[in-house]
Design a protein around this ligand. Structure first.
Ligand code: GLU
Ligand code: ZN
Length: 469
């Protein structure tokens, strides 16, 4: 049978790391088995669901490349269908109206608590024939005895005794269907064969199975994924920094790095850390997902990100870097070919934000020198080398790496200096700090006018320093 999985977020916030991992595992499971991955928006909570959040979820999934084959289906568009199923259960005598007052239910709860029992609806209205005109909820008639066994793909066999489950409300007084009912109807109508979701839903599973049984529907297979913890062992939350997927984009993480990182939260293949997408589709197996919680480790994400930056195709990287330059107020079009920038910098940055920052000098003059670099390199002794460099560069009409390299080499030779003795002060003069790509690449990227202007600035700086001394 073709496998069909789904991701069913409630649009009450952005796409967070936990949700993204759930989506990724469902997506991988579908891709691995040549099945279908379905997106369903569980927006029945009208007060908390927002269109902005739906957009944020779609945006996050698109950025991560988690393409869905069907959907998005919106639960709010399926109320008629839910009501139809509720009617069906009523007709079969497997659901009933309950008009218990808030007070009665509160009393029940308090008595149970006082007796140290689990609060549970007592089935009071099961046999009462409550008129549809009386305000009421509809409850599912849960079997009284027997056990529900879940053969979870991650957790193994988990059994629930029916005696522990009470008659669940499936329709509220205002006529709206509840979560467990809508999920069951959708999973069944959408032909979902494999439900992969967070383990906060494990306790809902026996209830959902009971409703599916009452409707004579196929029971899907379930996989409940363990929680993700922050570096400090507490459940991952906003406190731990970025938890929204799009925040990682803003921080300059590559989507492929985040995917690779997410998959390792709870799944492994030997001690392999880096996986291409094809490898993941081949190797991922939901049966191999860890039962225990996994911890988020920002260092490791950055390590992976650096790896992916180094390995990335330069055109792809250029495309991703561009908005980060934009954020610094830089228009990449007003500079050298951005692909060249990326090629010069890809070994030098852990994130795209960092890459944009260390590339700023290519696009505009810096405000001030790095103090340490200036102190060490912009001293009166470098005046002559800088002046000579300026003259030589001025005469170049071919501003290319090989020529530039030759030029620095020639000036050094004429002064009987090692090339570094000329190149490093020159670098500080044109970059403002001690680190940059090779001097030839650096000069080529900055361009002739800016280089000459900045050498003048450096000479002026040296002069002023001397005066002050
Ligand atoms: N809408 C639920 C949530 O966001 C998921 C339901 C499910 O996967 O069954 O937690
Ligand atoms: Zn009742």
């Amino acid at each position: 049978m073709t496998k069909r999985t789904r991701f069913a977020p409630s649009p009450t916030g952005y796409l967070h790391v936990g949700g993204a991992r759930t989506a990724l595992f469902s997506w991988l499971h579908a891709r691995k088995h040549g099945g279908a991955f379905i997106l369903r928006i569980e927006d029945t909570d009208l007060e908390r669901s927002t269109p902005e959040s739906v957009n944020a979820i779609l945006e996050g999934m698109t950025w991560l490349g988690l393409e869905y084959d069907e959907g998005p289906f919106y639960q709010t568009e399926r109320f008629d269908r839910y009501n139809e199923v509720i009617e069906e259960l009523m007709e079969k005598g497997l659901a009933y109206r309950c008009s218990c007052s808030r007070e009665r239910l509160d009393d029940l709860r308090e008595t149970a608590m006082a007796n140290k029992e689990k609060p549970r609806y007592d089935g009071h209205c099961r046999s009462l024939d409550i008129s549809p005109d009386t305000p009421h909820v509809i409850r599912f008639l849960n079997p009284d005895d027997g056990v529900v066994v879940v053969d979870d793909m991650v957790r193994g066999r988990v059994s629930f005794s029916n005696a522990e489950l009470d008659d669940l409300i499936i329709r509220r007084t205002d006529g709206s269907p509840t979560y467990n009912l809508t999920v069951v109807v959708d999973d069944s109508d959408m032909g979902i064969t494999d439900v992969i979701r967070g383990d906060d839903h494990l306790n809902n599973t026996p209830r959902q199975i009971n409703i599916l049984k009452a409707l004579d529907k196929e029971i899907p297979r379930y996989a409940h994924l363990p929680m993700i913890l922050g570096d400090d062992g507490a459940r991952l939350s906003k406190r731990h920094g970025a938890v929204s997927v799009m925040q990682y984009m803003e921080q300059g993480i590559l989507p492929e790095a985040l995917i690779n990182y997410l998959v390792r939260l709870g799944w492994s293949h030997g001690d392999q850390e880096v996986f291409s997408q094809e490898e993941l589709i081949q190797l991922f197996d939901v049966d191999d997902v860890n039962k225990s919680a996994s911890s988020f480790n920002t260092e490791k994400l950055l390590w992976l990100n650096q790896h992916y930056i180094k390995e990335a195709d330069s055109y792809h990287l250029a495309h991703l870097l561009s908005p980060h330059l934009g954020r610094l107020g830089i228009d990449p079009a007003e500079g050298p070919d951005i692909v060249k920038v990326v090629e010069a910098q890809k070994e030098r940055a852990k994130t795209l934000v960092e890459m944009a920052e260390i590339s700023e000098f290519i696009y505009r003059d810096f405000e001030e020198y790095d103090e340490k670099a200036a102190k060490k390199n912009l001293r009166p002794v470098v005046r002559e080398p800088l002046e000579k460099m300026k003259e030589a560069l001025q005469q170049l009409d071919n501003w290319e790496e090989t020529t530039l390299h030759q030029c620095v080499e020639d000036v050094s030779a004429s002064l009987e200096l090692k090339m570094g003795k000329v190149a490093q002060p020159l670098r500080v003069a044109v970059v403002g700090r001690a680190a940059s790509p090779g001097i030839d690449v650096t000069l080529a990227l900055i361009g002739k006018d800016a280089c000459l202007r900045r050498i003048d600035m450096a000479l002026e700086f040296i002069r002023k320093r001397e005066e002050q001394a």
